[in-house]
Design a protein around this ligand. Structure first.
Ligand code: B12
Length: 374
């Protein structure tokens, strides 16, 4: 067996589904990455800007670095429905993939070092300074889709990426025949916020995934109107993709985190012990206020009495101005016909301690008037 085949075998033993090798050099899509930052489509994600030099010249990351081992790990493609309503992106249903992937990468690296094949190395998953999809495509793990996701014939878009950068010279994986999007535009057509302005380009400023996970502040009202039930992430561009339909069902692999059993109302109403309740879940990322804000907005998508009561309490009592305002938006947007919603907004637009909130809540009270005539 060649050294490349030995490493592929080790990657399988560690538990990865996909493996390929790319040379450790600037990403082939470097110019696209630069354009993307220049156009502001990164929505101010600051680490991508501050890391740009290393992302575009990854050889800086490892002394004597020669190759990138790219690994793929499939995840669940089963839709995640919260009890009582609300949706969460499939990748985030169970244990945090960052921890799972990084442990596997480290096991692989330990073995490479034990055999004396590698001395200098670095493992990367997601937030590390690497343009993962570009190198992964070069390593033959998939092709870049019109939704920018990397698609694999067997796993569709339903897999994670991780890398080990090594100082070992290896033969790059020959480009396999993987397929293409052809004339399909399902993802562009289905995106409710038109966050894919051109094939292959994502405008994070419009992407529900960005707003529900990364945006720390208020979600723009025009985006909220399109959020529907999504309370964390969004899978629409992936779920309409024909390439993902035959992917294996791997829901048992990451399990379902117990936080997801609580549902939207508990997420909105329980500011206590957020860190311990979300231990090991990707849903920790937006913090308690982010999750409560998203829940308040998602509760507008299927208005019912328990949702109304939770929103009324949040508007009055929530410690976060962003959450109170989101609750007010939902009340105005979906419950404007109910006198309790109108009277709560009447109070809050005068008494909310946050001056900006008072302006916003006045707007959401006017929205009730528009929808009910009163
Ligand atoms: C920032 C980021 C985001 C941002 C911005 C998304 C984006 N597309 O850039 C937000 C928060 C919105 C996001 C959302 C999601 N993300 Co994200 N994200 C990242 C991160 C950290 C950096 C991405 C980046 O560099 N973007 C810069 C732009 C320019 O790159 P790109 O969109 O990937 O572009 C590729 C192609 O579109 C193509 N391209 C670019 N321009 C053009 C122009 C033309 C004409 C053409 C033909 C092609 C083309 O070149 C690139 C290389 O393939 C990566 C991890 C990493 N370190 O790379 C994860 C990563 C891309 N995300 C991932 C996931 C799972 C998601 C979500 C599915 C999560 C969810 N369900 O909510 C969504 C999918 C949104 C989408 N359709 O892209 C996975 C993707 C796995 C896969 N199989 O593709 C990654 C690789 C993390 C991981 N380690 O697994 N993400």
């Amino acid at each position: 067996m060649s050294r490349e085949q030995d490493i592929a075998q080790l990657a399988r033993e560690v538990g990865f589904d996909l493996f390929g090798i790319a040379p450790l050099r600037p990403p082939k899509d470097a110019e696209r990455f630069r354009d993307w930052l220049r156009s502001g489509r990164n929505a101010g994600l600051a680490y991508l800007e501050s890391d740009a030099e290393r992302i575009l010249d990854p050889a800086r990351l490892v002394p004597g670095g020669k190759s990138i081992l790219v690994l793929g790990l499939g995840h669940s493609r089963a839709a995640v429905e919260l009890p009582g309503g609300g949706r969460v992106a499939r990748y985030a249903a169970g244990r945090d993939y960052h921890n799972v992937v990084v442990k596997k990468l480290r096991r692989l690296l330990r073995e490479l070092k034990r055999r004396g094949w590698v001395r200098e190395a670095r493992t990367i998953v997601d937030a590390g300074p690497l343009f993962e999809r570009s190198h992964a495509e070069e390593a033959g793990l998939g092709f870049a889709s019109k939704a920018a996701n990397l698609l694999h014939p067997a796993y569709g878009p339903w897999f994670f990426l991780g890398e080990v950068l090594v100082d070992l010279e290896l033969e790059p994986t020959p480009a396999p025949e993987l397929g293409s999007c052809g004339s399909c535009t399902a993802c562009l057509d289905a995106c409710p916020t038109q966050a894919i302005p051109a094939p292959g380009v994502i405008d994070a400023r419009l992407c529900l995934s960005y707003h529900t996970i990364e945006n720390p502040g208020r979600i723009p009202p025009a985006i909220r109107e399109k959020m529907g039930e999504w309370a964390f992430g969004c899978d629409i561009c992936s779920e309409v993709c024909p390439w993902g339909r035959k992917a294996p069902d791997l829901s048992a692999r990451f399990g379902t985190h117990k936080f997801l059993e609580e549902g939207l109302i508990a997420w909105l109403e329980r500011p206590d012990a957020f860190e311990s309740r979300t231990e090991g879940s990707p849903l920790r990322r937006p913090g308690r206020d982010g999750i409560a804000r998203n829940s308040a907005i998602a509760l507008a998508s299927a208005p019912d009495e328990p949702g109304l009561r939770a929103l009324l309490r949040a508007l009055q009592d929530d410690p976060s101005p962003v959450v109170r305002e989101a609750a007010g938006w939902s009340l105005g947007h979906a419950f404007g016909a109910d006198a309790r919603a109108r009277s709560a907004l009447d109070d809050a637009r005068i008494s909310d301690p946050d001056a900006q909130n008072r302006d916003w809540l006045t707007r959401w009270r006017e929205r009730c008037a528009e929808s009910t005539g009163g």
